[in-house]
Design a protein around this ligand. Structure first.
Ligand code: ADE
Length: 262
């Protein structure tokens, strides 16, 4: 039976997911607790990657080398850099780029040296299934404006619409990763200009994508937009992560594993 890894960077992003695995066994490797259980019959191993690209790469390597996972799913939050990606939306990654990779002039900016490329694509089939699960969760109204209003945030921040005029959306596209929490409008705009296709920014996905590519293990990732990577990012991120992030992840993954069990 194949085993799927479910990874988040921080505990508040994974808390509701762990609640789905009450009978789980636990194993500690490299200071990380790996939680082994079943979700709708599917064998899963859930773990916190910790924050940043190196921590995430270590976690992905252990998952593949020690836990023999056949696929890796990353779930968590991200800052929206494209005007399309508003707070409460879900972004399913089609590819990742490290926005802080720059070995120029030896290699083109963003290119990972000796790989000959900057973009690491996610697995097409897993990504499609994750996007479908996100749409299904959204259709149930789990991810709507009321959830955000509850915690004093509003959907579509910056979109010129009020919370009740805009419902959460699922987007598919480029996510960029770097070892920096993007918390100024200036930096967010700089990233948007440099990488105009980028929908969202976070700190782990590109590292996991690269490790999975090295091993030929399918990878998919979804991120809920917790903030707009602007001057309010810090406050918005903390509120969102604490109150809603893991509800989103658990709802979407529940649809994902239900679909797979059919
Ligand atoms: N994860 C969530 N919000 C983020 C931001 N603004 N920058 C980097 N990673 C994030």
């Amino acid at each position: 039976m194949s085993r799927i890894a479910v990874v988040s960077a921080m505990h508040p992003e994974l808390a509701a997911v762990l609640a789905w695995l009450p009978e789980a066994q636990k194993q500690t490797v490299a200071g990380r607790e790996f939680v082994l259980g079943r979700w709708h019959g599917q064998e899963v191993v859930a773990v916190l990657s910790r924050i940043g690209k190196v921590a995430a790469a270590t976690t992905a390597t252990v998952l593949i080398e020690r836990f023999d996972v056949q696929a890796v799913l990353f779930t968590g939050v991200a800052g929206g850099v494209s005007p399309l990606a508003q707070v409460g939306d879900v972004v399913v990654a089609s590819a990742f780029v490290q926005h802080d990779m720059d070995a120029s002039p030896l290699f083109p900016i963003y290119e990972v040296p000796l790989y000959g490329r900057s973009h690491f694509a996610t697995d097409t089939a897993l990504t499609a299934a994750l996007a479908q699960a996100a749409q299904a969760a959204l259709a149930q109204g789990l991810l709507d404006a009321a959830v955000l209003a509850d915690i004093g945030m509003h959907a579509g921040k910056g979109s010129g619409k009020t919370a009740d005029q805009r419902t959460a959306q699922v987007h598919q596209g480029l996510i960029i990763s770097g070892d920096r929490f993007v918390s100024t409008r200036m930096e967010s705009q700089r990233l948007q200009q440099a990488l105009p296709q980028a929908l969202a920014v976070e700190m782990e996905g590109a590292a996991v994508a690269q490790v999975c590519s090295d091993y030929g293990v399918p990878f998919a990732a979804m991120r809920t937009i917790s903030d707009r990577a602007d001057d309010d990012a810090h406050a918005d991120f903390l509120k969102f992560v604490d109150r809603v992030a893991s509800r989103y992840s658990a709802a979407i993954l529940d649809h994902f594993f239900t679909q797979r069990s059919r």
